[in-house]
Design a protein around this ligand. Structure first.
Ligand code: BV8
Ligand code: ZN
Length: 251
């Protein structure tokens, strides 16, 4: 069912839930000024290249400069961004439910900055790098980067962001935790994702199969709309605080 606003019935569902999982995508950070990949009818492109071409291990190997220019650009945008009312509402829910798991496809770290502690980063983090040559992995918050591509301080190899690129597997440990949280929750929220990138896109279906009540929050319909119990058409920063008026962000 498609709703234009948060109803009393939805607030009641929310009050009664005890184990909640929230799957988020780029749309949850849109109101922080972080551009989404897709949505608004647009394809995911940067400088005319599809994101599915840039964010690949093949691109990192063949053209590390272009590859890193895209990541340097995103580090600049995200480095300036602040968590918004949606991130804050989700962080406040951790105190409210027996169990709350944030499963995010985002690599921006904004959920954690808003105070969420139980966050599964399915696609890794923009703020970690690793060196495929010597295996070193480290936090790296430098903006701007001193050189493009950035090099490993230990061996001089070309670094890569510690994110899951297209064609790479989501780390088994993280994904199995996401599957467990999804299969055992009674309320599953899908917020700000076009729900087309796998394996994340399989989680709402799994939640439904395990009888969770599935609520989608997105200004547009997506493939999840077909299986969701309710889709609330709206922006995350406006809708999420209304589900729990006593949480941060007001009613
Ligand atoms: C794998 C990290 C196998 C790096 C990312 C054909 C069919 C099925 C699958 C495939 C296929 N062809 C290829 C595949 C596989 C591929 C895939 O799913 N492709 C899709 C495009 C079809 N998947 C993979 O490659 C995955 N790996 O399959 O491995 C394997 C197995 C074993 C061993 C080896 C290999 C890996 C996928 C991970 C890719 N990495 N990023 C980085 O970010 O730099 S994905 C990238 O897309 C981002 O991380 C992003 O989070 C993710 C998903 O996008 P969304 O978050 O949903 O964002 P999007 O822009 O699309 O949508 C925004 C939404 O927000 C819109 O709906 C919009 O309406 C809404 N919105 C806007 N404003 C608001 C809002 N909502 C609320 N409030 C607002 N204000
Ligand atoms: Zn190295």
């Amino acid at each position: 069912m498609i709703y234009e606003r948060v109803t009393e019935e939805l607030k009641e569902r929310f009050r009664e839930a005890w184990a909640v999982a929230v799957l988020t995508g780029a749309g949850v950070s849109a109101e922080s000024g972080v551009p989404t990949f897709r949505g608004g009818g647009g394809a995911a492109v940067w400088r005319g290249m599809p994101v599915e071409k840039i964010a690949t291990p093949e691109m990192w190997r063949a053209d590390p400069v272009t590859f890193w220019q895209w990541y340097a650009y995103r580090r600049e945008v995200i480095g300036r961004a602040e968590p918004n009312a949606a991130h804050r509402a989700i962080a406040a829910w951790e105190r409210r439910f027996e169990r709350l798991t944030v499963i995010t496809q985002n690599v921006d770290g904004l959920h954690q900055r808003a105070g969420s502690r139980n966050v599964l980063e399915l696609h890794g983090s923009l703020w970690r790098v690793r060196c495929p040559q010597c295996g070193v992995k480290m936090e790296d918050r430098r903006v701007p980067l001193p050189e493009i591509p950035p090099r490993c301080p230990s061996c001089g190899g070309i670094l890569r962001p510690d994110v899951v690129l297209f064609g790479e597997a989501v780390p088994e440990a993280v994904f199995s935790q996401a599957v467990a949280a999804t299969a055992t929750c009674d309320l599953f929220l899908v917020v700000g994702t076009s729900a087309i990138v796998y394996p994340a896109a399989a989680l709402p279906v799994l939640a439904k199969q395990n009888r969770a009540f599935v609520i989608e929050v997105n200004p547009e319909t997506t493939p999840v709309t077909e299986i969701a119990d309710v889709t609330i058409l709206g922006r995350a920063g406006e809708v999420l605080p209304r589900l729990s008026p006593e949480g941060n962000g007001g009613g």
